[in-house]
Design a protein around this ligand. Sequence first.
Ligand SMILES: [Zn+2]
Length: 305
Amino acid sequence: MAKRKAADAEASAAPNDQPQKKKIRRRPMKVLAAKAVSTSNQDLYDANAQNSPLLRLPPEVRNRIWYFLLCDGETIHVRGRTKQGRPVVKYSICSAVTNDEDTAMAIRAHNGNGEEGDPSCDTYQARHSKCFSHLRAESTPREHRLSLSVLAVSRQIHQEAALLPYQGNTFSIDALEYLGPFLKALVPAQANAIEKMTLASDHGYRNSTFQKLLGTKLKGLRGLICFGEFYHGVHDGSAYLPGGIGGLFVRYWTEGLQQFMGLPIAKVVVAISSSDVSQSKDDALNNSYTTVQRLAKRLEEQLLA
Ligand SMILES: [Zn+2]
């Protein structure tokens, strides 16, 4: 097993335009990362440029078409469950009317202390309840699936556009323990192409294998939105965290996010909601309000460092 892993690591680190030396592979490690075009494929592409009404369009026009088809800034929910002891991951295009980034910014501005009707008053689960009903169905409805069929039309289209769904969409994860199975199912080029992610896990999850996986699979992650929602006892249990916010629950959630430290994240929003804080006017809970602000700020600094 160790030898095989070493071989895979060596193969993934090799330049993409080098011929493959190993005949047998566990996975098509480089199929999506080829930057060089073989002579036979170049002949094919030249013929396409003459004969195909679609592929003789200028590259910038083709890129616009691939963009609209594959990565129009969608949010894609990644949700898992355990079936017969194995993780099963499903996907669905988000159908929420609110935008997660806008909501996170609103929560960050008010620390969840919004007025009635303010989107920051709704939980992540409430805002995406319709999306999750699609995911609970036996098969995700067609209109909530991202169609990748265009990639199977020709090798040239595949080469030009195969990574766009990972680069241009935001992957929204509501349980960290299923992020691992999701990433493992992707070839390295796909995982490393992911640029934006939303984390809305309402509980902590941490282990060294998972943390290592994040480091090897999310080398392209640039934007991260993190939602934390605490509705019971946020102001209680100050023994666990300095500053008043407390409870093992909050600590585990914080440690879950800290596993993303060291990734090339350039933009991060940590949005923490607490009904205790938003309904509070007394001194003890106002102290909690300040602590929520501090915790969010500290996590943002750690994740950007
Ligand atoms: Zn949604």
